[in-house]
Unconditional design. Structure first.
Length: 742
């Protein structure tokens, strides 16, 4: 019903491509990969029947939507459910805002990944079916009426959204790359309620009005005009638009009407209301009151089935992948299905085996669904992770006696983490889909303290292409080598001994920039092994507390933030660095972190509790938070996780493009945060380190009580994670397995 053709093509090809090894597990499915999809599938089996199945709720269902990870159903009480290999499971049950407001309608964009949901009291939300995250966009333009329909087109982070409601209002929203939505002006083309909206592409969308009128918008953001239907006199309940010359609407009194781009053809299929219609090319499925189901497999519409007459069906979904059942949902928790669940995403097999006559206790986390086979030990347990019903934790024990005990599981989703809780990790064998999983990290997962050539505080650490660099007090600059850490600078550039507080690498990671007190600023070419002095640019002699560098060697753009709240931007060329005049976007407080997600889109935070954003490369900055925050210390961005700020009093903050969410991490000052892919780490006072394990930041054992000042995660698995701090402290943690998706 609510899906444009591009999404259908994607859904048809989601599971067509497979790759070998662990990297193919779960979320690594190629969501953007497509295969051809005929405009007329012709594959509906009208002889097959829908069967009522056990439901996880007695709440009424209002809609069902096919996504990149299968069908989702929306219900009263703010409940969202997903069809899994073992049946329907609750995703969340408190609503978008936790207040249990009814979910009414849903839609996805071109990749089928983000499920947009609307409902009563103006609630609007987007649920990322891959990351399992819900973002609240409720009450746009302060509208609190029930949103009755939604149309979405575009990829995640670039969606165009159209909302309609029972008051006849239409509201357009545009999602930015940062995740926020810019809402347009509320329009009211119809004086009656609107109960369905759909589109065939960006510039062509139609909605069905309660007065029996269909409106069309033929250019994005343009005006709405009537395209029918004449002399109907019945309330329209839904619309499905395949193309400009194939649109179907349904309504009260068994009304079903089709539009070929020139004229409407109306028919009455029954005396009962038809509430929803879905299309897959020319194939169609519609449902209504008294449990009636209607179908069109190319030869015209007709009623094909009548379920329990007490079942008023409100939602219909045609499967467009051949791997999920087709679904009808309705009042009192009614669910009916035709077909079976055969998605190949659930075909992954995990084997945990003991070896060497040793006993090993283990824990494994899956971001998805997992089922133990009959061959698993009876002591295996599977439970939901804290705070997430979609994350599963497995606890088990295997021994290496004889051929070695095996626990075997089938799962859908992403293998997130493995931990040995008792025994030697080297006595554990792991295989995913027949491929061996390297468990060296499990055996060597502790943070270890390594010899440091200095005793001063190390304030900053940065990864280069082949090595890692740290800098700190008295102008010390260090490099990690195969033989340990060595000093590159003993007392700063020019021997002045100024402290270094910040560092950053060029895009290619060849050039390492470092800055500090009294305007000290320099760069190190990791290939030529040369150091260049850029100190006191524009005669600025404050302390450079934050750096960001974009671009390759010789073409860098340098962003430097100082202790006076100034940002200085420089452009590197063959003749040197051209420095712009500095700006002071904030209150003049120390800028402690700068992070760019692209050449033009970046952020910085300062000790006044403010975060600023630029979308023009630093020409202008806009304050975006943080309300009532503890003092920020560092900032980090990951395309898969979002924007994070670490702060004092055991807090960090996550920004979803609209709202800041505090995350409790420890109790001291969280000095630094870093993200890489699905990994996240925080370095804090007292030698404390925290790492993301599944959904929570978990305290790690460390061999120091010295305050940690910075942490660095690397994309290169040959390089360890590094944390640095007081008294020359350097901690390392090997990361050599391929469990995590990078």
């Amino acid at each position: 019903m609510r899906d444009e053709l591009n999404r259908r093509e994607v859904l048809a090809g989601i599971t067509a491509a497979t790759t070998s090894g662990v990297a193919s597990v779960g979320n690594a499915r190629a969501l953007s990969e497509t295969r051809s999809f005929s405009s007329s599938t012709g594959n509906l089996d009208t002889d097959a029947t829908f069967t009522l199945i056990n439901s996880p709720t007695t709440k009424g269902f209002n809609d069902v939507v096919e996504t990149a990870t299968g069908p989702y159903a929306l219900a009263g009480g703010g409940k969202l459910f997903q069809r899994t290999p073992s049946g329907w499971e609750v995703v969340f049950d408190g609503g978008i805002q936790g207040n249990g407001k009814t979910l009414v309608a849903g839609d996805t964009g071109s990749e089928g990944r983000r499920l947009w949901i609307v409902g009563s009291s103006g609630v609007v939300g987007a649920y990322d079916t891959v990351r399992k995250e819900l973002t609240d966009y409720s009450k746009p333009k302060n509208v609190t009426n029930t949103w009755t329909g939604i149309s979405v087109i575009g990829a995640p982070g670039a969606e165009t959204i159209i909302l309609v409601n029972s008051s006849g209002q239409v509201l357009r929203g545009q999602v930015s790359v940062c995740g926020d939505v810019t809402w347009g002006t509320i329009k009211k083309p119809s004086g009656n309620g609107i109960y369905g909206i759909d589109n065939s592409h960006f510039h062509n969308r139609r909605f069905a009005g309660g007065s029996g009128t269909v409106y069309q918008q033929s250019n994005d953001g343009g005006s709405w005009s009537k395209v029918g239907i004449s002399n109907v006199g019945k309330t329209l309940q839904d619309i499905a638009m395949v193309s400009s010359d194939l649109t179907t609407v349904v309504g009260n009194g068994g009304l079903l009407a089709t539009y070929d781009g020139d004229s409407w053809t109306s028919q009455s299929l029954s005396p009962k209301a038809i509430n929803e219609v879905d299309h897959a090319g020319k194939d169609g499925l519609a449902v209504g009151n008294d449990g009636r189901i209607y179908s069109n497999s190319g030869s015209g519409w007709s009623q094909i089935q009548e379920l329990d007459t007490s079942a008023n069906l409100e939602g219909a979904m045609l499967d467009e992948t051949g791997e999920y059942p087709e679904v009808a949902v309705g009042n009192s928790g009614t669910i009916a299905e035709r077909g079976s669940y055969s998605s190949s995403v659930s075909s992954h097999r995990l084997v945990v085996q003991g070896k060497g006559n040793k006993t090993v206790d283990y824990e494994i986390w899956i971001d998805g669904y997992i089922h133990k086979t009959d061959t698993s030990n009876s002591g295996v347990s599977i439970s939901s992770c804290s705070g997430s019903t979609l994350c599963k934790q497995i606890t088990g024990t295997v021994t290496g006696a004889g051929q070695g005990e095996k626990d075997i599981f089938n799962f859908a989703g992403e293998l997130k983490n493995i931990r040995v809780t008792d025994g030697d990790a080297r006595s554990l064998l792991l295989h995913v889909d027949g491929e061996s999983v390297d468990i060296n990290r499990i055996a060597e997962s502790d943070w270890t303290k390594v010899d440091s050539p200095v005793s001063v505080t190390l304030h900053t650490v940065t990864a280069g292409a082949e090595s890692i660099y740290a800098a700190g007090g008295s102008g010390k600059l260090l490099q990690r080598t195969n033989n340990g850490w060595k000093e590159l600078l003993k007392s700063g550039i020019g021997g002045n001994g100024n402290n270094y507080y910040s560092s950053a690498a060029s895009t290619s990671s060849r050039i390492i920039w470092f800055g500090g007190s009294s305007g000290a600023l320099g760069s190190y070419d990791t290939i030529d092994e040369t150091i260049t002095d850029h100190s006191a640019p524009n005669n600025m002699t404050g302390s450079w507390k934050s750096l960001e560098v974009l671009g390759p060697r010789g073409q860098e753009t340098i962003y430097a933030g100082d202790s006076n709240g100034q940002i200085l931007i420089g452009e590197k060329s063959s003749t040197g660095v051209d420095w712009n005049d500095p700006s002071t976007p904030g209150s003049g407080s120390t800028i402690v972190g700068i992070e760019f997600r692209s050449q033009t889109h970046g952020f910085f935070c300062d000790t006044n509790g403010d975060v600023f954003e630029t979308t023009d490369g630093g020409s202008s900055w806009t304050k975006i938070g943080i309300p009532n925050s503890n003092t920020p210390q560092s900032i980090a961005f990951s395309s898969s996780q979002g924007l994070f700020v670490s702060a004092g009093s055991g807090t960090s903050y996550r920004y979803d493009g609209t709202n800041w969410t505090p995350i409790g991490v420890g109790s001291g000052t969280n000095q630094a945060i870093d993200t890489k892919g699905s990994r996240r780490a925080i370095a804090a006072n007292g030698g404390h380190l925290f790492e993301l394990e599944t959904t929570d930041m978990v305290s790690q054992e460390t061999p120091t009580t010295s305050g940690l000042r910075d942490v660095c995660l690397t994309h290169n698995n040959d390089l360890p994670a590094i944390a640095v701090g007081g008294s020359g402290t350097i901690l390392e943690k090997e990361f050599s397995d391929n469990i995590y998706q990078q």
